[in-house]
Write a protein that binds this ligand. Structure first.
Ligand SMILES: *Cc1c(COP(=O)(O)O)cnc(C)c1O
Length: 231
């Protein structure tokens, strides 16, 4: 299967799943996760009209950003605070803000750049010790702190649920994140409380995520195939 064919299959699945649960398919954004895949793969996806990509590693994203124009990158990996400057320059959205220190560092650089940046707060919805993200109970607190940072626009929440092959178990995590976002929106803690972004769902579980309200899905393997090993 080519990248173009895979994209077509996924777009069809997004539409069918959305329509099946009474949602408008155009409210769901597909982030093509290109980490560890080549620039040629990104260009192949662009030829099939995919212009939004997800990258995990700052240096890799920087190299790609310099050679591929006309696309947007979301940061979906852990960001060290000392990489905040580069991250603020490169990404159209940082989905993985999980501590105030990082938000503050980003804000400082954005002030110099004279612009603002969309971010998501990464929540460890399953309280999985192996996963990053903030404890669900502390999400309100960090959003209140972020509200004081004029260049950071918190658009919603992102999560990576604990790994399980049971899609119904995954569903409860997605449902919990959705509920949390509704509670926080009610408190007025997002940049736009009528349109809160929920980034959840990957290759194996994006349909369930859409059924539970995802507005951003992050799909790598199902588009680009197996990732090459990191060397
Ligand atoms: C790698 C990665 C993905 C993509 O996972 P696939 O299973 O390849 O679709 C999605 N989200 C995050 C945070 C990732 O690191």
């Amino acid at each position: 299967m080519t990248i173009a064919q895979n994209l077509q299959t996924i777009r069809k699945a997004i539409t069918e799943t959305a329509v099946g649960c009474g949602r408008d398919p155009s409210t769901i954004k597909l982030v093509a996760v290109s980490k560890r895949h080549s620039i040629a793969s990104i260009q192949e996806a662009m030829d099939a009209k995919q212009y939004l990509f997800g990258e995990n590693y700052i240096q890799e994203a920087q190299e790609k950003w310099q050679s591929v124009k006309g696309v947007y990158f979301h940061c979906i990996g852990h960001v060290q605070s000392n990489k905040a400057k580069t991250a603020a320059e490169l990404f159209s959205m940082i989905e993985t803000v999980d501590r105030y220190k990082l938000a503050k560092a980003l804000n400082k650089h954005l002030e110099k750049l004279g612009r603002s940046l969309d971010i998501l707060v990464q929540v460890n919805i399953g309280r999985d010790p192996d996963k990053s993200g903030i404890d669900p109970l502390k999400t309100g607190e960090i959003l209140r702190q972020i509200r004081e940072l004029p260049h950071i626009l918190p658009q919603g929440l992102m999560t990576i649920p604990p790994y399980t092959t049971n899609s119904e178990e995954t569903r409860t995590y997605f449902r919990d994140l959705h509920q949390l976002s509704c509670d926080l929106a009610q408190q007025g803690l997002f940049a736009d409380n009528e349109n809160v972004e929920l980034s959840m769902g990957m290759s194996h579980d994006f349909k369930v995520a859409i059924e539970e309200g995802a507005t951003i899905i992050r799909v790598g393997t199902a588009i680009f195939g197996q990732r090459p090993d990191r060397n």
